[in-house]
Write a protein that binds this ligand. Structure first.
Ligand code: SF4
Ligand code: SF4
Ligand SMILES: [Zn+2]
Length: 142
């Protein structure tokens, strides 16, 4: 199955701890996630209201929606204290609009790797899971 790294809400799934654990073969099949827009999203992201709404409207990203600034669902997501990476998604989508999806995906694939050893890191990690060097987490992107 193919991994898909972009999402309707602007999250970069490629640095999600669940996708990274899936890719590393660390999760049981029913817990594996291949991305929001993939054939196999998992958990909350399987039935996410934002995805359902964007699908209904036929758009690829919430930023294409005229309701985004007034959307309770989207506002709740971007201010969720438990899921703080959500604060980055507007900037992510603005960047996608400027440089295009493919360029953004390439940029993100580099951004979420340790500069020392090249290991992938998640949104929340502050040290490389392989070599221990400091890595910038989501806060650097706010
Ligand atoms: S769990 Fe959600 S955020 Fe994580 S990779 Fe899957 S769809 Fe993306
Ligand atoms: S109404 Fe809200 S959840 Fe639906 S596409 Fe627009 S911003 Fe996204
Ligand atoms: Zn490293």
């Amino acid at each position: 199955m193919e991994f898909v790294f972009d999402s309707y809400c602007g999250v970069f799934c490629g640095a999600c701890p669940i996708m990274l654990a899936t890719n590393a073969g660390k999760l049981e099949q029913d817990k594996q996630c291949f991305g929001c827009k993939s054939e196999k999203p998992t958990g909350y992201c399987k039935t996410c209201g934002i995805k359902a709404c964007a699908n209904k409207q036929g758009i690829d990203f919430c930023i294409q929606c005229t309701q985004m600034t007034n959307c309770d669902l989207f506002q709740k997501f971007t201010s969720d204290p438990v899921y703080q990476y959500g604060q980055c998604v507007i900037k992510n989508m603005e960047k996608i609009q400027i440089i295009g999806l493919q360029n953004w995906l390439e940029m993100q694939a580099k951004r979420w790797r340790c500069k020392n050893c090249g290991e992938t890191q998640s949104w929340y990690q502050e040290s490389c899971p392989r070599c221990g060097q400091f890595v910038e987490n989501y806060k650097a992107d706010l």
